[in-house]
Design a protein around this ligand. Structure first.
Ligand SMILES: [Zn+2]
Length: 374
């Protein structure tokens, strides 16, 4: 879901990261504040003042989002759900959760915590901004803006479109009523998808009737909500179907292991073509010493195949994609997707137990989906 993200700092045990997409968003806010909003509301101030206010505005938006996400994370942690960190991206932030919440109650309070703190911040900033009456200094004008912004943040997030906060609140209520998280997720994410679609159509309509930039924004936000809603339902289904399946259950115990002294020519002739395996664990005296992947052989000139050995081209254990036999199969699949490798080597200590490829996980998932829908 995320592109490249940069870790900024750590607070209360959570990493705060910024995705590359957020920098565009920040730039857009700064420009629309300095050139649009502030000059329109507070006329006659020097251009430099508007820009300083805009920079303050971006910093304020940043901390408003961080505090919003942090309150989700803190409440979730209090309920015992593992949280990995906060990432700011596109037009907001995401508090990353490991797995589904424990109970409907945990989900309700975790979801409502963000908008609730945004309302508190909104009231606080509006009060600060109003201290000097209607005749505001630039600093008070900035506070007034941040007050409004936090209200927008609270209201936008409370739209009942899963996986947004409002959609999570809705899901927790449905979940509590019927006691079935799957049914609740189906309805909440269905509504989320519908809402996203409506926003896209509205954006298209606005764009065609003259409001091109605003229409485009609506369209993009709608598209984002729609795909997030669909993605989160699929993710839950995958977790449910694959729950309890470990790497040990799925791995190939009979995967062929090669010695490091083998030449590449021998590897290709005797192993790759023979067994049609794409990644081979390399083992010496029963110890795991590396991985040789056929993908890496392509860059090797053909005439070197008879001279070069596996030892010279293999990936050392510290750079190899490894899995623990007790690891969750879905977690292993995620690490495959992140690392870009196709096969994980399953090891215990320095012994090779087998291999696990993406297609093994997908095959079982396909089978389970097929049987469940019948
Ligand atoms: Zn939120």
């Amino acid at each position: 879901m995320f592109g490249r993200s940069l870790k900024l700092f750590r607070i209360l045990g959570f990493d705060v990261r910024v995705d590359i997409s957020w920098t565009f968003f920040a730039l857009l806010i700064a420009m629309s504040l300095a050139l649009g909003f502030f000059p329109a509301v507070y006329k006659g101030w020097p251009a430099a003042t508007y820009w300083w206010m805009a920079i303050g505005g971006v910093i304020g938006v940043f901390f408003s989002i961080v505090i919003h996400e942090l309150s989700h994370s803190l409440v979730s942690r209090a309920f015992g759900t593992g949280m990995t960190g906060i990432t700011l991206f596109l037009f907001g932030g995401v508090a990353e959760m490991q797995g589904e919440p424990e109970s409907a109650k945990a989900e309700f309070f975790t979801a409502i915590a963000g908008p609730a703190i945004s309302i508190v911040l909104g009231v606080l900033f509006l009060w600060l901004g109003g201290v000097g009456g209607e005749d505001r200094t630039p600093l008070l004008a900035l506070f007034d803006y941040l007050g409004r912004l936090n209200f927008v943040l609270a209201i936008f997030n409370m739209i009942p479109a899963f996986p947004m906060d409002g959609g999570r609140v809705l899901r927790s209520v449905l979940w509590a009523v019927k006691g079935d998280i799957r049914w609740a997720t189906k309805w909440a994410s269905g509504l989320g998808g519908l809402f996203g679609f409506m926003l896209m159509m509205l954006g298209l309509f606005a764009a065609l009737s003259g409001g091109l930039v605003q229409g485009l924004w609506w369209f993009l936000i709608g598209m984002f909500i729609r795909s997030a809603a669909q993605g989160s339902y699929q993710q839950m289904e995958v977790r449910r179907l694959m729950g309890g399946v470990t790497v040990r259950d799925l791995m190939h115990k009979d995967a062929h292991v090669v010695p490091p002294s083998l030449t590449i020519g021998e590897l290709v002739d005797k192993y790759v073509y023979e067994f049609q395996q794409t990644a081979f664990p390399v083992s010496e005296h029963g110890r795991f010493v590396g991985v040789v992947d056929t993908a890496h052989l392509k860059s090797l000139p053909r005439e070197d195949w008879s001279r070069k050995t596996v030892r010279e081209v293999m990936t050392p254990p510290e750079d190899a994609a490894l899995a623990d036999p007790a690891q969750d199969a879905i977690a292993a699949l995620q690490s495959l997707q992140q690392g870009g490798a196709d096969t994980l080597i399953v090891t215990e200590g320095n012994r090779v137990l087998g291999t696990l490829s993406r297609s093994d996980v997908m095959k079982l998932l396909g089978l389970k989906m097929d049987l469940e829908s019948a």
